[in-house]
Design a protein around this ligand. Structure first.
Ligand code: FAD
Length: 459
């Protein structure tokens, strides 16, 4: 049976510890954090779930918010609503700013109130990742990454504004620059965004402008490696590259980005003028991991034990994208399924400990397959030896993603938007909203720079 520390019995930090039960604090209400909290639903513990946002985001569809297919609320759900029926759970809207593993406290900033200490008996860190600029944090001001709804809205505003400026200007060079879209990194997010922009310029925006033809825009996808979607089989990468080419996306492979500035990018020694450069190249672990004083990999993710706790600290777990663990000689991927399975595993492990049951076996990731969508009617799926591409796979992709959305109302609304968009080619969220500069992306702050992967050039 798990021992309850004095800290938890006397916890007076205002976060809802009312009993002498063990207190489990979960940092982050993404896929991993929510799964961990739910797995503790019937346990004899007080659970505190802390997030800096009041909503859980379905990140796989962020690119559709960025390209005006969906609006933000359609892929997000209020954390309090999601967990409303879990009596042993308190939700806290707060920014985690420090973790003291010796005294078992977490420092948080509550909006409008100030700093508080939150005590824990067990800690589950599920704070995910943020865009990484591979040591070039100065790129962030010109090339937003996409990780949350603010990022997605910023990108949407950038894309839609570019057409307005192209329409308004008399300068041919400036017009061309506005109609050049550059994406850095051809992983799933880069590919999905590029294809969606390609479809938007050819279908959605057709006949909407008088001075410009949006279909004459250039969309360039830059990748440092030798193929798009390097996490998929080479045969699927080839099919995707062919499909992107059909959509009019220009792919530059084996090209390093040397510089990103207000005028565009310098890649492979050549300047590409562009008013819209999007960063889809890499992720680094949340800076919270650094505060745990534990060993990390190159991307700043915590190296965890087979039971997902930190070495020598059985009461501190790291799950989801912020954790680094190998299975059968390969890293467990940073995908939603892995995060959910890890969160659920740790939640159950803690519940078993509290009940005095034997600890579970080591975590094992069950890969259910990976998918990526490339515009309308085309997606790829890789699951074990199965590799498929085309319309049927796209249909499966749509079905799987609808079911995975957090709430019934999200599914209903997304399905209607998709149907409308499929039939008419229109996108209902074409809003230019003024996003203040400071909200552009969760760009690494100078203090975070140390956890970004050190590399002299971007991929
Ligand atoms: C654009 C995009 C597209 C993707 N597409 C796919 C896909 O198609 N399929 C797939 O399987 N995976 C996809 N992924 C990856 C998948 O979303 C992640 O693997 C998954 O979200 C990881 O879950 P997590 O719980 O570890 O982290 P997250 O889901 O990122 O959650 C982390 C949470 O921690 C909170 N947080 C962070 N720092 C703090 C702090 N200091 N204080 C308080 N709260 C904090 C954040 O607000 C967030 O809610 C995509 C990711 C992105 C960004």
């Amino acid at each position: 049976m798990l021992a309850v520390t004095e800290a938890s019995e006397n916890a007076v930090d205002g976060e809802g510890s009312r009993t002498a039960r063990p207190r489990v604090v979960i940092l982050g209400a993404g896929f991993a954090g929510v799964a961990a909290a739910r797995a503790l639903k019937k346990s004899d513990a007080d659970v505190v779930l802390i997030d800096r946002r009041n909503h859980h985001i379905f990140q796989p569809l962020l690119y559709q918010v960025a390209t005006a297919v969906l609006s933000p609320s359609e892929i997000a759900a209020p954390i309090r609503q999601l967990e409303a029926t879990q009596a042993n759970l308190d939700v806290m809207l707060a920014d985690v700013v420090d973790v003291d593993t010796t005294h078992r406290t977490v420092d948080v900033i509550l909006p409008g109130i100030g700093t508080r200490k939150v005590r824990f008996d067990l800690l589950v860190v599920a704070t995910g990742t943020r865009p990484s600029y591979f040591g070039h944090d100065e790129f962030a001001a010109f090339a937003p990454g996409i990780k949350n709804l603010t990022d997605a809205e910023t990108i949407r505003t950038k894309i839609l504004s570019a057409f307005e400026m192209a329409e308004a200007t008399d300068d041919e060079n400036e017009r061309a620059r506005q109609m050049n879209f550059v994406l850095v990194g051809a992983g799933p997010t880069g590919v999905e965004l590029a294809a969606s922009i390609a479809q938007m310029v050819r279908v959605t925006l057709r006949r909407n402008f008088r001075q410009i033809d949006p279909a004459s825009s250039t969309i360039t996808l830059i990748e440092g490696g030798d193929r798009v979607l390097p996490s998929f089989a080479p045969s699927l990468s080839k099919k995707v590259a062919r499909h992107l080419a059909k959509l009019g996306v220009k792919i530059l492979l084996g090209v390093k980005v040397d510089r990103v500035d207000a005028q565009g990018v310098i890649a492979g020694g050549e300047r590409i003028p562009s008013a819209t450069v999007l960063w889809t190249a890499g992720m680094a672990a949340s800076p919270i991991i650094q505060m745990l004083g534990t060993k990390t990999d190159r991307a700043g993710r915590a190296l965890v034990e087979p039971s997902l706790n930190l070495p020598g600290q059985p009461e501190i777990f790291v799950v989801g994208d912020a954790a680094s663990i190998q299975q059968d000689g390969r890293p467990v991927p940073g995908v939603a399924q892995a995060a959910i399975q890890q969160g659920r595993y740790v939640g159950r492990l803690i519940a078993d400990q509290i009940r005095g049951r034997e600890p579970k076996r080591a975590f094992r990731y069950r890969d259910k397959g990976n998918m990526a969508v490339v515009g309308k009617n085309f997606a790829i799926l890789e699951s074990g030896h199965l590799k498929t591409a085309g319309f049927l796979t796209w249909f499966i992709w749509a079905f799987v993603h609808l079911l995975a959305l957090p709430q019934l109302q999200n599914r209903w609304r997304v399905q209607s938007q998709w149907l409308w968009s499929y039939l008419t080619g229109q996108r209902s969220s074409r809003l230019i909203s003024e996003a203040p500069r400071s909200t552009i992306s969760e760009a690494p702050r100078p203090a975070d720079a140390a956890v970004t992967t050190k590399q002299t050039t971007a991929p």
